[in-house]
Write a protein that binds this ligand. Structure first.
Ligand SMILES: Cc1ncc(COP(=O)(O)O)c(C=O)c1O
Length: 388
């Protein structure tokens, strides 16, 4: 078996239906959706069909969907809108496990005088709704709570927090980038005011994402220029990518029940065999509500980054949430926020399954993992000492 890709929370391979929808727009078809002539109108139709398909997947109306170039842009746009029009700095409330596209924006705003409260998850990787509710203030201008965490896969109590926000008239941003296409997501059930989605996490193309804005809720354009997206996001639409996004959404709609079961079966196969193959291995947040496709594991006595590199050499792609800065490996902020020690966080690994994975790949990955973990424990006395 040559290569096994188990990093589907980073990005996923393209669905054949997405590719098929994109190809004409990378070949014989072209046009600017803002042009009046037939070329432009054909491109416009493709974009609007995609909008309908994405809206359908979210239980939303097409007019509420604003296309963006990335989930990052969609998240940034909401923070910029809410804080830009605020006059003077106020209070932002976030979970401590938000994606960097929210966390880093909040850091920037903190430097401009905004007060930021970050609520940590429990040891189960779930941010308690009570703690979020208790942190709301009269000057809170925005609450951000993701639906599914990208590292742990844990699902967060968005509807409960949304209810409290609504009662106080505070807008809620829900980053649903990791959830959409893997589990059912309905914007009305979430109760948020803003929901962000990214195509490439569920077998759509890179460079296509959306911000859902509840009808009646304002969003000022983050990118200004032309009047695209009903003046909510300037810039000529990426027609090919949006056509692929729409088709990926339609495919997800058709396959959703099967996907959830299929991904959970791959994950469960992996997690059931893991303790025998890598003694001492633990699955983080195993008892919490979580995505069907994500296994976040701790391998005591093993440095996650070294293991990742060895697995890559052997053709297995996984991830750690660690970041490399100035030549040193920094542990994942999410794992630290959950209460793990630095050593525990650095010995962790994220394995995320996708619809193109097969059971044989899981078995092969376990064989390689078992071998490499044993080898690393033998040759890496420093990591072993850290684990004792
Ligand atoms: C939870 C979450 N939000 C936002 C993003 C950013 O999406 P994009 O890669 O489209 O910028 C990601 C991507 O990793 C994510 O996992």
């Amino acid at each position: 078996m040559a290569f096994v890709y188990l990093d589907n929370n980073a990005t996923t391979p393209l669905h054949p239906r997405a590719r098929e929808a994109m190809l004409p727009w990378l070949g014989e078809r072209h046009g600017n959706p803002s042009s009046i002539h037939r070329f432009g109108q054909a491109a416009r139709n493709a974009v609007e069909e995609a909008r309908e398909q994405v809206a359908l997947l979210l239980g939303a109306r097409a007019a509420e969907v604003v296309f963006t170039a990335s989930g990052t842009e969609a998240n940034n746009a909401v923070l910029a809108h809410v804080t830009g029009g605020a006059g003077r700095p106020g209070h932002l409330l976030l979970s401590a496990v938000e994606h960097p596209s929210i966390r880093e924006m909040a850091l920037r705003l903190a430097r401009l005088g905004w007060e930021v409260t970050r609520v940590s998850p429990g040891a189960d990787g779930v941010v308690p709704a009570d703690a979020m509710r208790a942190a709301l203030r009269t000057d809170t201008r925005l609450v951000a709570l993701m639906l599914a965490n990208n590292e742990l896969g844990t699902l967060q109590p968005v509807p409960e927090v949304a209810q409290a926000c609504r009662a106080r008239g505070i807008p809620l941003l829900c980053d649903a980038v990791q959830a959409v296409g893997k589990i059912p997501v309905d914007v009305d059930e979430l109760g948020a005011d803003y929901v962000t989605v990214g195509a490439h996490k569920f077998h759509g193309p890179l460079g296509a994402a959306a911000l859902w804005v509840r009808a009646g809720v304002e969003i000022s354009p983050y990118l200004v220029g032309g009047g695209q997206e009903r003046r909510r996001r300037a810039g000529t639409e990426n027609v090919a990518a949006l056509a692929g996004f729409g088709a990926a959404a339609a495919a997800a709609m058709d396959e959703l029940a099967h996907r959830t079961a299929y991904l959970a079966a791959l994950r469960d196969r992996f997690e059931a065999a893991l303790p025998q193959r890598a003694p001492g291995a633990l699955v983080h947040c195993a008892g919490a509500p979580r995505l069907p496709n994500t296994s976040h594991i701790a391998l005591p006595g093993v440095e996650g980054e070294s293991l990742l590199i060895r697995l890559d050499v052997e053709g297995i792609a996984v991830s750690t949430g660690s970041a490399c800065s100035s030549g040193t490996v920094e542990p994942s902020k999410t794992l630290l926020a959950m209460g793990l020690s630095r050593d525990e966080a650095l010995s962790s690994l994220r394995v995320s399954f996708g619809m193109m994975n097969r059971a044989e790949e899981v078995d092969h990955a376990l064989d390689v993992l078992a071998r490499e973990v044993a080898e690393l424990r033998r040759v890496a006395p420093v990591a072993e000492a850290a684990a004792r």
